[in-house]
Design a protein around this ligand. Sequence first.
Ligand SMILES: [Fe+2]
Ligand SMILES: [Fe+2]
Length: 270
Amino acid sequence: MSDLFVVRSLEEVRFWSRIMKEHSFFLRLGFRCEDTTLINEANHFYRTFEGIERRALAFTDDADPATIRQFNIEVHTSVCHIWAFKRKVLGLILTCQLPGGTNFPLLVDHVSREANYFRKRLEELNQGQLEPLHDAIIDENVFFLRIMADHAKFIGHLLDPSERKLVDQARDFSHDFDQLLFQARDIESMRPQSQTGPILSQFLDQNRVSVKSLRDFKKTARDLIDQCKIKSIIHPLLADHVFREAERFLEIIDMFEKSLTGKNNTWIHH
Ligand SMILES: [Fe+2]
Ligand SMILES: [Fe+2]
């Protein structure tokens, strides 16, 4: 029988190491050609996470838990490094030391928050203790709703201004997710009293509806970009990247829903 700790660890590392690898690529695209040190650093992180992804894919679910625990520690170190790199880049941009670069400060902050999330997940997995379900539901939604709101803002700003209808749609999603995020923060501040089954279940349902429609919008955008049908400076890989992150959020929402109704408890035990 395979160890749930191993299964969960590999699943998490496979998803997020690919994400970290792609962040390195996106950051590199936004540097100026004279920023060779930053470009080299980004390339270094690309190779690091490419290697981690390859190793995570090579392990099987019956791998020795001790080996995976050690692997998680190694990955954790690399994630700490890429987090520090992203924060350094954010500092350079905000002090106007990279004029003409094309990485938005919010995008750099965003990818550093994702690194921080990955780092925290690895710590929880290795410590063998996840947050209690009712806290996890609120915290994960607060995290991912903000990520989704950011994505809508990035898409809106990277589409060509002449794509008026799509820019409008992106702005609507941005507003929708900002509102959902405020609602989530309200529920957060009302805890523990807000942590009832019916309130949490309604919270998940409402978020799911919006995430599904954003996910579909991203899928459409991705396909249009792939077919070169719309004007934008969005890299096709970025369009796919934000689509996959929305899919991830949906999977997490569904898992919480199952846990709430007692059909599944992978979040609480491993
Ligand atoms: Fe990302
Ligand atoms: Fe993201």
